[in-house]
Design a binder for this molecule. Structure first.
Ligand SMILES: *Cc1c(COP(=O)(O)O)cnc(C)c1O
Length: 421
């Protein structure tokens, strides 16, 4: 049996209709930008393996640090115990995230980082003697797949089976200079019920790489704070250099009460989640009353190996080499955007930092629209490039190790696709 046949015998894949899906591609090795299948075919990973990989695959420095950690301490219960890598990671992360953040709460993925933030927010009000049951979120948002995270994500085909089981969310449009006043009056009419406002700063990833401006978002955050709504910046996708700065929140002057991190946190090597918060949030849980404790934790909370991977990834991220790579990607994306932005088959060619996205026009025929995703996906796959359009949205979200020549090659293939698809 091939690896793929053995897989199909025993495995149920995520987001996959197993009846109709193509068999999965068996990847046996990773090397920098490349994933290598069992026949030796090399694929450029231009989606950073579900947006997590920032320094390339099987990075020797991260591998070395992880291996040292594995040989020293692989795991320890994190209630009543601590360990050096968790402490060092918390210290170093607090140095680079917005300076109002003062405590780090560990979990093990992006959805759990969001769950923790939501629970902190709801319980902040509970501990204050009030109850606020609603959350404010944007249309087209995505915050994860566990129930709380799914609740604050946009309602879609993905959440339909659970409709009615999800808690109460007030959805608003992305802020623009024009609609801000409307948004504000809606929010102020609901303010006594709203515990928190959660958003993906500047880029809504899974919603289709929807990009929006910092300035009206900043104004919206400022207004929510006035209304005593707690602010949660979900930087699970935008964190660690994606938007050109270390964190998307750096584009804002209004700082969040809580922040969520995962994905690039470990350089994409291991699952780890972090929710940071301000002293104000933290202090609201300090009490002689045990019921005011944040009762949340996971078996693998602050796993030492994942923390070691994160520290190694942070060393690499902050190096001048990676920082200039990030700027190089931003500059080249901007140049390529200028070149293709008026192409008749494209609309809304857009960029935030290292993310470049474009809508592939559907034309008149809806059947064409329905198959455009697959046609693009398989076109690039055949060329040894992993680009996974979301519907008709094609986007590039590369690891920072990609070279100018490799970027040029990908751009060239996109231009080729514009000719033939
Ligand atoms: C991916 C993602 C999540 C969920 O993270 P998982 O690790 O997949 O659970 C949450 N928020 C945002 C913005 C994301 O992109």
């Amino acid at each position: 049996m091939t690896l793929t046949e053995r897989d199909l015998n025993v495995i149920w894949h995520p987001y996959t209709q197993m009846k109709t899906a193509q068999p999965p591609i068996p990847i046996v090795r990773g090397e920098g930008l490349y994933l290598i299948d069992e026949n030796g075919k090399r694929y450029m990973d231009v989606v950073a393996s579900w947006w997590v990989n920032i320094h390339g695959h099987a990075h020797p420095y991260i591998a070395q640090k992880v291996s040292e950690q594995l040989n020293t301490l692989e795991h320890v219960i994190f209630a009543g115990f601590t360990h050096p890598t968790a402490v060092e990671l918390a210290e170093r992360l607090l140095e680079i995230i917005p300076n109002n953040q003062s405590k780090i709460f560990y979990s093990d993925n992006g959805s759990t980082a969001v769950e923790v933030a939501l629970k902190m927010a709801f319980q902040y009000w509970y501990n204050s003697g009030t109850q606020k049951k609603k959350v404010l979120a944007f249309h087209n948002s995505y915050h994860g797949d566990t129930f709380g995270a799914m609740s604050v994500s946009a309602r879609s085909a993905f959440t339909q089976a659970f409709e009615g089981l999800l808690f109460d969310v007030e959805y608003i449009d992305l802020p623009t200079h024009e609609n801000l006043n409307g948004l504000k009056s809606k929010i102020s009419s609901l303010k006594s019920q709203i515990s928190s406002f959660i958003f993906e700063p500047l880029v809504q990833g899974a919603g289709g790489m929807i990009m929006y401006e910092a300035e009206p978002l900043n104004e919206l955050i400022r207004f929510c704070k006035e209304q005593e709504i707690l602010i949660i910046a979900d930087e699970v996708m935008t964190g660690f250099g994606r938007t050109g700065k270390l964190f998307a929140s750096e584009y804002l002057t209004e700082q969040p009460d809580m922040m969520c991190f995962s994905k690039g946190l470990t350089g994409g090597t291991m699952p780890l989640g972090i929710t940071s918060c301000t002293q104000k949030i933290y202090d609201r849980f300090l009490s002689d009353d045990k019921l005011k404790t944040l009762f949340h934790g996971h078996s693998f909370t602050a796993n030492p190996v994942a923390c070691a991977a994160s520290l190694a990834s942070m060393d690499l991220l902050l190096s001048s080499q990676t920082q200039s790579q990030i700027q190089m990607i931003c500059t080249k994306h901007t140049q390529f955007k200028a070149k293709i932005k008026n192409h008749q088959k494209l609309s809304n060619v857009r960029q935030t930092g290292t993310i470049l996205a474009m809508d592939w026009n559907a034309g008149e025929e809806t059947s064409y629209f329905n198959t455009i995703r697959d046609r693009l996906y398989y076109f690039f796959l055949q060329q040894g490039i992993i680009l996974r359009p979301m519907g008709n949205v094609l986007y590039l979200l590369p690891p920072y190790c990609i070279s100018p020549d490799e970027l040029n090659l990908v751009y060239g293939k996109i231009e080729e696709a514009l000719e033939v698809i």
